[in-house]
Design a binder for this molecule. Structure first.
Ligand code: NAI
Length: 334
């Protein structure tokens, strides 16, 4: 099957090419993001392959369908960027990679927690400058502290296990509590109680209409003064402007972000020689108690291998049966 693969970087091409060593599929790699301008480049392909910041809204899906595309392969677990009802109405099938390495994302969230708590980013800069003073670098013992998880799916449960390993008390909010999480000692509670009790709040829910700006000004005000917020889920789960106000007011103690509401125009590219045009993002970067990574939580060798294999398995299964191995529709996720 001919597949136009958008938003590819050298590492995507390497892992997909290796997974396609037998030459089962004809992969056409594009640097560009999939959007209204680039959708016509899928001409001649039966499938497109997209990443998290590609646009798969109604207009793009219509263009793809008119070109003969019948399959959308997401190289991600999240599918919030696809207009699934429109895809279904046109008979466009969508496949995703439901699980590639929950450990990768959970471990990155833990890295953000440790870095923020012990101010490793500041310590590193100081030591390189020959400044060995400790003032301003004090952290707190994770052991005995309370961690609140929003979402206890695959990634949330991995993160819970790591935090329990540190000796933390782990609270969680999830409309569908997990028996596995309960068995490992996670205590479920409602969101306001979780926010009030937690020293660290970590987000592991998908972006849906219900979770958009879940952490808004009111929710942030519920958090313990000086608490830490970590978001490795999707940027828009957090209201960035409200978070900046909470940081400026000193109520929010620290912030670790791997995702950002408007990351589509920033992440996965080298913009180091350009002027940063996003003033909200620029303000975030000025805080000493904020760390931002560019959507790299998934970025491990194991995860990329699994993403490439599952993506091509989805395509192969679609050719054989008309459905991907892991399909997603507006009302059903496999
Ligand atoms: P999952 O589907 O296994 O778990 C998601 C959990 O969130 C489920 O238990 C669900 O019941 C819960 N949930 C749904 N609505 C909720 C709400 N309103 N409040 C609290 N919990 C809610 O998904 P998984 O694999 O754990 O991934 C979670 C999210 O992490 C993905 O949706 C994606 O957005 C993000 N992600 C980020 C990556 C990165 O590189 N930064 C990589 C992979 C995923």
């Amino acid at each position: 099957m001919r597949i136009t693969v958008y938003s590819t970087r050298p590492y995507d091409r390497r892992f997909l090419t290796e997974a396609n060593a037998a030459g089962v599929h004809d992969l056409v790699f594009m640097d560009a993001r999939l959007d209204h301008h680039t959708a016509p480049t899928a001409t001649g392909s039966a499938a497109v392959c997209a990443f998290v910041n590609d646009q798969l809204d109604a207009a793009v899906l219509h263009t793809l369908h008119s070109l003969g595309v019948r399959l959308v392969l997401l190289r991600s677990a999240g599918f919030n960027h696809v207009d699934l009802p429109v895809a279904a109405a046109m008979g466009l099938v969508v496949g995703r990679v439901p699980e590639y390495s929950p450990h990768a994302v959970a471990e990155h969230a833990a890295a953000l927690v440790l870095t923020l708590n012990r101010k490793i980013h500041r310590a590193h800069a100081r030591v390189r400058e020959g400044n060995f003073q400790l003032d301003g670098l004090m952290g707190f013992d994770l052991h005995g502290s309370t961690v609140g998880l929003v979402g206890t799916g695959k990634i949330g449960r991995c993160f819970a296990r790591i935090m329990l390993g540190f000796g933390c008390r782990v609270l969680a909010f999830d409309p569908k509590p997990s028996a596995e999480a309960l068995a490992m000692g996670v205590q479920y509670t409602e969101l306001p109680a979780l926010l009030q009790a937690s020293d660290i709040v970590s987000l592991h829910c998908p972006l849906t209409p219900a979770t958009r700006h879940l952490l808004d000004a009111a929710a942030l005000a519920c958090m313990k003064p000086g608490a830490m917020l970590v978001n490795t889920s999707r940027g828009a789960v957090v209201d960035t402007r409200a978070v900046i106000a909470a940081l400026k007011g000193g109520h929010l103690g620290s912030l670790g972000l791997d995702v950002y509401e408007e990351e589509g125009d920033l992440f996965f590219r080298d913009l180091s020689a350009e002027v940063l045009k996003d003033d909200v993002f620029a303000r975030l970067l000025t805080f000493p108690n904020v760390i931002v990574t560019g959507h790299q939580a998934f970025f491990t060798e194991q995860a990329l291998l699994q993403i490439a294999r599952t993506t091509l398995d989805n395509a192969t299964h679609f050719e054989a049966t008309g459905l991907p191995l892991h399909g997603v529709t507006a009302d059903k996720v496999v």
